[in-house]
Design a protein around this ligand. Structure first.
Ligand code: BT5
Length: 331
């Protein structure tokens, strides 16, 4: 009910009367009043004017289920748009990827569930690296999917997610009047002014020919004001690069819509033929000199872009090389 009330108030320009809310939701005045008080406690500033009703004048920067889902729900039909069907929020957890995996195994959690937290005590990067995830500043979230695709194709979901995060950040920055362009650094980073503002960690549980589930974990530095010495040189946040504090839930909502669009195209063919042109146009290192470490070998050349399988094509003096995984640095 909280999501519904928030949804109606959010989408209305003026005041909504208590009676109208009661009629719309089929609940009592007291029930509405209780929810309004809960929302106020969460930080929403709500004006209540006699004979007019309620109107939200200020939104808190929180990541609760109702804050996110109220942006993805159609007032009239109640149906949701985007890939996220349900949000599970934690004040703090070890890692949202761990939460998603536990829920998938223990509770058979559904496709499209998003696990999100204010703070991670054991945020993980790839290959055992750590992910700095302090409270109140970023988006630490994991999307649980149960795609009907071959396990060998699952790694391409990182590419799909990178496109969606890039587009979501771009959309929200644009709405706020910024023309800052964030780009993708193959395969799993989003950079702004060449500094990393987002990393993606995709994990999977599968048999040879069947996927149980995929978890796509994303960490986005939104309002972070400083980084410790170990990552200061390479990491940044949207706030540090633009000077603007953005509402994190708006980015999550925009991500949900963008991901659904790109995912649709991907699952039809189970390859990136329909997306690679868009992806390559978002690449920070396209056409530029790159150094890649792949299978302990160093490859130096010009990045051409990805192929249909999401592998990076690098033009070197000895011809074109294709790398499947690895680290790429822009020279
Ligand atoms: C990644 O790994 O970039 C994947 C990060 C995924 C994080 C999300 S948060 C929600 C979900 N739950 C998790 O536990 N994880 C996912 P990788 O490419 O291996 O980069 C890791 C490296 O980035 C570290 O070794 C640091 O050098 C650097 N780093 C750590 N924290 C950072 C941050 N907040 N911002 C930018 N760089 C960071």
């Amino acid at each position: 009910m909280k999501t519904k009330i928030l949804n109606v108030l959010r989408k209305s320009d003026g005041y909504v009367s208590g009676q109208a809310l009661c009629n719309m939701l089929g609940v009592s005045r007291t029930a509405v009043w209780k929810v309004i008080n809960q929302l106020k406690e969460e930080g929403y500033v709500i004006e209540a004017v006699q004979n007019k009703g309620y109107h939200i004048t200020q939104y808190p920067d929180i990541l609760t289920s109702s804050e996110i889902m109220s942006q993805l729900t159609c007032v009239d039909t109640g149906s949701t748009t985007g890939i996220i069907r349900e949000v599970v929020y934690y004040d703090e957890t070890d890692s949202t990827n761990n939460e998603a995996k536990r829920a998938a195994e223990r509770d058979n959690a559904a496709d499209g569930t998003l696990y999100i937290t204010e703070s991670q005590t054991g945020g993980r990067g790839r290959r055992g690296r750590n992910w700095v995830s302090p409270a109140g500043s970023g988006i630490w979230m994991s999307l649980l999917l149960r795609p009907d695709i071959a396990p060998v194709n699952a790694s391409m979901l990182t590419i799909v997610a990178a496109m969606a995060v890039q587009e979501a950040i771009h959309t929200v920055l644009k709405e706020d009047g910024h023309d800052a362009e964030c780009r993708i650094k193959w395969p799993n980073d989003i950079v702004l002014n060449k500094k990393k503002v987002c990393g993606i960690l995709t994990e999977m549980s599968a048999e040879m020919d069947y996927i149980h589930y995929v978890v796509i974990g994303m960490g986005i530095n939104v309002n972070t004001t400083e980084f410790d010495d170990s990552i200061k040189a390479t990491a940044s946040s949207l706030y540090l690069e633009t000077g603007d504090h953005l509402k994190r839930s708006r980015i999550v909502a925009a991500f949900s819509e963008s991901f659904a669009k790109y995912y649709d195209t991907f699952v039809k063919t189970q390859n990136l033929a329909g997306l690679k042109e868009d992806y390559n146009s978002m690449l920070v290192n396209k056409g530029g000199d790159v150094k890649a470490i792949y299978a302990d070998k160093e490859i130096v050349g010009k990045a051409i872009g990805i192929n249909d399988e999401g592998e990076l094509i690098i033009k070197t003096d000895e011809g074109e090389k294709i790398i499947r995984t690895g680290e790429v640095s822009v020279r």
